[in-house]
Design a protein around this ligand. Sequence first.
Ligand code: PXL
Length: 286
Amino acid sequence: MEDLKRIAAVHDISGFGKCSLTVALPVISASGVECSCLPTALLSTHTGGFEGYTFKDLSDEMLPIAKHWKKENVTFDGIYSGYLASAGQAEMLEEIIGILSTEKTKIIVDPVMADNGKYYSHFGDEMCRAFRRLCGKAHIITPNITEASLLTDMPYKEGPHDREYIEQLAKRLSGICGGIIAITGVSPEKNSVGVYAFNTRTGEECLSVRPVREGIFHGTGDIFASAFAALMIRGAKLADAAETAISLVSESIDRTSARGTPRRNGVDFEGALPYYIQKVSELFSK
Ligand code: PXL
């Protein structure tokens, strides 16, 4: 039997609104990978679409948690980070990576800081500089189009995106991270959107898209990155990991639209998980 792989997921817990750890944990588990949680902050909800949410920075806990795991000889196949409380926490994460990683550990950084052309609340250029550094330490990065444009100092463009724009983003991102780069929210035509992924070492590339659904779907970047990270850690091929992760996002979005779930609640990924698990098992029984 294949070894059970283990990922440390470094994200916030937003109690309500299905994003970050509340999707990373179920999606990574459904991908057949063990997930350890290293929370960065505790919020009552995510920061998009709610007023007066609570916010507790958990920086003081992070190093002690990492040191305890190290002392207990817990090792990780992947360290996967998402939403961080501050730019300072990104620096602390570098130290944590130093403590927890071995030569086989893959670092996955989702530079969560912006969407739809704008920074999320609390974030600005300082966070962008911190993520540029962190992405330089990563084997895999998963920026959306907005984050990719901020990281590369390119103008943000709404879709459809011409090939030249995507190639420019990809080229400049490869100057920051010399591993695998998956850009989400790429829209090669008016009615399609998805992910463009490429391996800067081998030149391998792929595009997985689905029909566009109007509006904003919170937490979908986290669902994609969690599935993609787990599948890559399990050794999936780039195109298979991208396509399988996109199918989970797209089926979750379809269910949300069909049910009319309020957008700020996050997407209805629960009913899509059985199909996802089936696809994952087919992928690894090939
Ligand atoms: O889905 C990204 C995310 C994660 N965590 C928090 C957020 C957001 C996006 O808004 O606010 C707290």
